[in-house]
Design a protein around this ligand. Structure first.
Ligand SMILES: Nc1nc2c(ncn2[C@@H]2O[C@H](COP(=O)(O)OP(=O)(O)OP(=O)(O)O)[C@@H](O)[C@H]2O)c(=O)[nH]1
Ligand SMILES: [Mg+2]
Length: 354
């Protein structure tokens, strides 16, 4: 699962990247992408680790890519941007809301809604360019037979894009979806907005044009999360007690990293399941609605192929009763087949045969 961080220059993309990946970026502003893994904080994993005392504890991870800001006119920057966006599974658009006289920005005034729309247009234009080139190529070629379907689909895409509609909002039938597999459109990727608000806004619990921005995002069905990137990154580096104190002062109930990760999981319909033991307690990421067999495949293709049964216990049950033995005694330990739909928080042990 790769999440591309996009946005205008000086929006706070690299700072969000540092917050999420708990790392420091050295080549600031070098026009290159930065890639690192973000740990998905999960106190269920902490609790399981305390119970099993494993040699290793592994949180779920998201791969984050910090993509350089798109500034008008830069051809090279635009191609670095588009290539990186194309590779990402989902996009996190960092939008500048914080006002800081020491940090320049483009345009005559801060306008988050305008910035959101500008990035949206960039993505629309890139897709439209791709669609138009493909239409041209089909029309130029002699062998048009068999390509009518694709041509019709491309015109449908063109219409949507010209009406400023993201392809993620267009409905397709099965045949169209099959044809779409060979393309990598940018506006069909899930998009989340990260509003980078000022540290003063955090404490005040409000920021300029808050209602307008939220309304815009809700009307466009864009999931969003509010973060104050630089101070939240700094707070994350503090020790437990100091961190708590600072967070309280700023009115923060949870660290920025937790809020961003949760928004990503919720809006992308991701869930976690766990494997436990003395060697390792580990969280795995799965698309909601996946079967036990699919979950097995996350661990190893052999386990998916040789799947026999999944032994399943809900995290809540283990939490409530304190041990696997007690859970079994209560009849809360289940054997499930390959079609079982895994639920967030399931603790799973796979039986397989290769
Ligand atoms: N006051 C304030 N400054 C911030 C905040 N977030 C980021 N900054 C500062 O804004 C500047 C730009 O932040 P970056 O994270 O480098 O922004 P960027 O989007 O990666 O910028 P480019 O890569 O150059 O496009 C840095 O000096 C940050 O410290 C914030 O929430 N409040
Ligand atoms: Mg940057």
């Amino acid at each position: 699962m790769q999440l591309g961080i996009i946005g205008l220059p000086m929006a706070g993309k690299t700072t969000i990247f540092e917050l999420m990946t708990e790392s420091k970026v050295k080549n600031l502003g070098a026009g290159k992408t930065n890639t690192a893994m973000a740990r998905v904080p999960d106190n269920r994993v902490d609790w399981l680790a305390a119970l099993y005392k494993p040699k290793k504890t592994t949180y779920a991870q998201l791969e984050m890519v910090d993509i350089p800001g798109l500034s008008p006119g830069g051809e090279k920057a635009a191609s670095v941007f588009l290539d990186a966006v194309r590779k990402a599974d989902a996009l996190l658009h960092v939008v500048r809301v914080f006002d800081d006289p020491n940090v320049p920005f483009q345009g005559d005034k801060l306008d988050p809604v305008r910035d959101i729309e500008n990035i949206h247009y960039e993505l629309l234009l890139a897709d439209l360019g791709l669609v138009e080139r493909r239409i041209q190529r089909i029309e130029d070629s002699k062998k048009k037979k068999g390509q009518e379907k694709e041509l019709a689909l491309l015109h449908k895409l063109q219409d949507a894009l010209e009406n400023e509609q993201a392809l993620s909002a267009v409905e397709f039938d099965q045949e169209e979806n099959d044809l779409l597999l060979s393309y990598q459109f940018l506006t069909s990727k899930p998009l989340l907005v990260c509003l980078n608000i000022g540290e003063n806004h955090l404490a005040e619990g409000a920021y300029p044009a808050q209602e307008e921005i939220r309304l815009y995002l809700e009307n466009h069905q864009l999931p969003y999360v509010e973060v104050s990137a630089s101070i939240e990154r700094d707070i994350a580096e503090l020790d437990g007690y100091e961190r708590e104190e600072f967070m309280q002062e700023l009115g923060l109930k949870e660290p920025g990293m937790v809020r961003v990760a949760r928004t990503v999981y919720q809006s992308l319909n991701l869930i976690s399941f766990f494997t436990v033991g003395e060697d390792e307690v580990k969280a795995w990421t799965l698309n909601s609605g996946s079967s036990a067999r699919k979950a097995a495949g996350k661990i190893h293709s052999d386990i998916e192929r040789g799947f026999i049964r999944a032994e399943v216990t809900a995290y809540q049950a283990l939490r409530e009763w304190g041990s696997m033995a007690a859970v079994k005694e209560k009849g809360l330990f289940r054997l499930e087949g390959k079609e079982y739909v895994v639920i967030d928080g399931d603790i799973v042990h796979f039986r397989f045969n290769v």
